[in-house]
Design a protein around this ligand. Structure first.
Ligand SMILES: [Zn+2]
Length: 229
């Protein structure tokens, strides 16, 4: 057995692995040209959180296009770049992630995208992908996965839980420079329905957004109260 094909086993092994070794050497040589930034970008892209190209770009001060270009270069240099193609033929009713997200939205609509990703144990890019489908069909409330910071969500919850506390005082407690301005911005963007109106504040109680949203809001607010109680 050791002398099959007129060669020793060791020789066969050595010969067979030669092209592989050459390939590895080639890879190593090209990796030497790879700069640290490229490695970091690839690592971030491949990471569990699977950030979008925009998110990576923001971190490194690059455009989305440049990040894409760097990832392509990295791949050409032999670095492993994760593939991220959403599955074709997506049906919301049959999609497990969409169903999970709808349940989550009904139970706890005030969540960051990152929070949804962590709860469902899926990368954020997947959350965005399915969330866009759900939003397009108005199957989740607009604030579900909308806010980036957990701090503002906490501020909204505390504001609703403490009717006697003004936005200004709450802001001071939480270390906001100007929470009332932030809340005004929320109202301007059509999220006024998330804030329980304060007695004596006509702007709150009769805002167009509140009237437009009608019954859906009151159930949401109940959901909020139940959740935070
Ligand atoms: Zn889906």
């Amino acid at each position: 057995a050791t002398k099959a094909f007129g060669m020793s086993y060791d020789e066969v092994k050595r010969r067979r692995s030669l092209p592989e070794i050459k390939q590895i050497e080639k890879k190593l040589a090209s990796i030497k040209d790879v700069d640290q930034r490229m490695i970091k970008i690839v690592q971030m892209y491949n990471s569990e959180q699977a950030p979008t190209l925009e998110e990576i770009g923001r971190k490194f001060g690059l455009t989305r296009q440049r990040v894409h270009q760097i990832l392509k270069e990295a791949q050409e240099k032999g670095l492993e770049v994760a593939r991220r193609k959403p599955t074709l033929g997506h049906w919301i009713e049959r999609c497990k992630i969409c169903q999970q997200m709808r349940k989550l939205a009904a139970r706890q609509p005030l969540m960051t995208t990152r929070n949804i990703a962590q709860t469902l144990r899926i990368p954020t890019w997947k959350v965005y992908w399915h969330l866009n489908k759900l939003r397009a069909r108005d199957l989740v409330p607009p604030h579900f996965g909308h806010f980036r910071s957990e701090r503002i969500i906490e501020a909204i919850k505390l504001y609703n839980r403490n009717p006697s506390l003004s936005a200004w005082k709450l802001g001071q407690k939480l270390g906001y420079k100007n929470l009332p301005a932030l809340f005004r911005e929320l109202r301007r963007r059509g999220f006024g329905y998330l804030l329980v109106p304060r007695v004596g504040n006509a702007k709150d109680t009769h805002s167009a957004a509140t009237r437009r949203q009608g019954r859906r809001i009151s159930t949401r607010q109940q959901g909020l109260k139940r959740k935070t109680a």
